[in-house]
Design a protein. Structure first.
Ligand SMILES: [Zn+2]
Ligand SMILES: [Zn+2]
Length: 97
């Protein structure tokens, strides 16, 4: 097992300040993403596909020091559906507000 990674508060602040697209290219994120993929055995957690895998944030609350439970492995299709559904839910909530 690799030793537990420590992220300094300064580094977290730095990661959170950068554009999300840049964050996705940092070693910090890529390392965490690789761990999540490995834990999930390189399978989409919804449909079990092993193609076009992406790691989705269930919450951005701990951006820069995400817990494994904050993330979910989804294939490209499930990921798109996930965001589409969330968009619809949000639109419905706004319509009802
Ligand atoms: Zn899938
Ligand atoms: Zn996503």
């Amino acid at each position: 097992m690799s030793k537990r990674q420590t992220v300094t508060p300064e580094r977290i602040a730095e990661l959170r300040a950068m554009p999300y697209q840049d964050y996705l290219r940092t070693q910090d994120w890529l390392r965490r993403r690789a761990v999540k993929l490995e834990i999930s055995e390189y399978r989409c957690q919804l449909c079990n596909s092993s193609e076009g895998l992406q790691v989705h944030h269930r919450t951005y609350e701990r951006l820069g020091c995400e817990k494994m439970g904050d993330l979910i492995v989804l294939c490209k299709e499930c990921h798109a559906l996930f965001h589409e559904r969330r968009r619809l839910v949000k639109a419905r909530q706004e319509a009802n507000a």
